[in-house]
Design a protein around this ligand. Sequence first.
Ligand SMILES: Cc1cc2nc3c(=O)[nH]c(=O)nc-3n(C[C@H](O)[C@H](O)[C@H](O)COP(=O)(O)O)c2cc1C
Length: 256
Amino acid sequence: MDKTTLAAYREFLKDSLRLAIDFSQTDQNRGEPPPPVQKPPRDDQVLIPLPGRESFGDFAGTDLIDAIAHRCSHRRFRDESLSLAELAFLLWATQGVREVLQPGVALRTVPSAGCRHAFETYLLVSDVTDLEPGIYRYLPLDHALVLEAAPESLRPALSRAVLNQGFVAAAPVTLVWTVIPYRMEWRYHTAAHRVIAMDVGHVCQNLYLACASIGAGTCAIAAYHQELMDRLLNVDGEEEFTIYLAPVGKIWESGK
Ligand SMILES: Cc1cc2nc3c(=O)[nH]c(=O)nc-3n(C[C@H](O)[C@H](O)[C@H](O)COP(=O)(O)O)c2cc1C
């Protein structure tokens, strides 16, 4: 391995860059308004409200210590739908808003550097009760979904986009997180990208643990075809692009 190249890439993992940044020149400190907390829906999109926290009582009682002790990646799922309340719970656990502090700033169920929360959540739905198959997006401020597209051959397209990791497309639903880097760059300039990579891990870890409450499992996926996945979601690949994804489905008690 070429040590110089490796050393250059390793720099990304260090916080040395921060000392070189002139923070007076960030868009935030130059008085630019904060970017929106969530990508606004299009005018033609109808909000699909999701069951709220009052319906999450059914999922209470999971022992956190058990959930942590038994957390593992699942790649085989039962042929069983997820209910809309279960999906709503997973979305709330991964990106739900706890409190809006001011325009452009909202606390969520996961931490984020500078509370910038640079992610959008897309759902590739094949088998969720009360939802037609299609591509949806979660609106955390509204705790609602919007339908983005309903392509005819969603599963084959997803399978290609995840480099033929077949178990992903077989799941009833796959969460795909995109990043809108400017939300973080607005405050942190070039120190944004390292913390974005950290932040998305928190999101997926909450998904692993929340799955334990609904008898479901998931598997973090970082290997995918960037262009195909972005095209599937209809995002531009520059201002917004895929960063991580995770299929979710019901599991057998002991099966992986
Ligand atoms: C950042 C990250 C990327 C991963 N990408 C993939 C992937 O593309 N495909 C896959 O099958 N598993 C993927 N995994 C799952 C790991 O293979 C799995 O976590 C690891 O083998 C340990 O198993 P465990 O999660 O059951 O403890 C990924 C996990 C992480 C944290």
